[in-house]
Design a protein around this ligand. Sequence first.
Ligand code: SAM
Ligand code: DTB
Ligand code: SF4
Length: 341
Amino acid sequence: MVRAMSAHPAPLSAPLAPAGGVRHDWSLEEVEALFAQPFMDLILRAQLVHRAHHAANTVQMSTLLSIKTGACPEDCAYCPQSVRYDTGVGRESLMELEAVRACALRAKAAGATRFCMGAAYRAPKAKDLEAIAAMVRAVRELGLESCATLGMLTEEQAQLLRAAGLDYYNHNLDTSAEYYGEIITTRSYQDRLDTLAAVRAAGLKVCCGGILGMGESARDRAQLLVTLAGLPEHPESVPINRLVRVRGTPLADAADVDPFDFVRTLAVARILMPRAHVRLSAGREDMSDELQALCFLAGANSIFYGEKLLTTGNPDVARDRRLFARLGLTAQGHEAGSGHA
Ligand code: SAM
Ligand code: DTB
Ligand code: SF4
């Protein structure tokens, strides 16, 4: 007989959720206990949850475009686009519709199924929103899913975007409520929650996640996931970013995130929000293929695809294609028989 090597009880016997359903009442203690499991147990459990709710080996691909870059009045300590930090990112005005359409067309041709437009705003102005609504319509005309991230929104603004055909709104909580004030002072956590509620009330799908590597504690990471999973509806997409350290920002010299802790966070996100697309987001450029494979094993099933995020780099298309081929992964929407090229 093989002797048990671990002092831990068999965690796989713990109930995942009532009748395989979705819970909104995870406690911090429960989530910290998930993080504390032996790595292999946690990853196995996350992969089992993943396979109960999603097609295996299939990854959703979103391409980002910064439609309005730089000079943002907010002070997010991680962000190269804040006007307060000298990062070398210039101030650009809102892109023209035809240029955005051309970028969306290229993203589609490369294999993306969602196009996400980001703007360095605290909140959009009415005239900008009209122009962005036209961009949303153009993206939808190409048969792509549309996503936007424009800062704070009122419900009326969210409705205007919904009417233009917007599918998703990205608005990250970034970290725990407790740590938030260390990272951003120009808005509150409650402002973020209010926008998320407005976006939901307008019938948009929600993309909401966070960033690891900003000096937060393990407890802050667990609390972020408790908050996300405690929302009245789970976000449909949960981007987990690893901080891209940008010279000139207050977090330029932040300590490395332990790669296993990063993978654990994806795994716990997968277990807590089983139906969500959990996105392995910023920070992939300097991750090895092996680390990315662990992220997918932990239940990540979405990436940002294309050589640029908003202002910083991302693996190029050729590298991602090689990675997918090596791992036997398929882009969502491009599975055999899906009708896509
Ligand atoms: N201004 C809008 C806002 O803050 O909601 C939308 C654009 S903002 C750049 C979108 C998200 O990008 C932020 O919430 C943050 O999570 C992420 N982000 C920004 N800079 C980052 C960095 N250096 N590393 C990782 N994620 C970053
Ligand atoms: C998200 O969670 N990450 C993306 C997207 N949503 C908007 C942005 C990452 C930005 C990384 C820094 C940059 O390229 O400027
Ligand atoms: Fe502005 Fe968004 Fe960057 Fe914060 S994260 S400085 S709100 S662009």
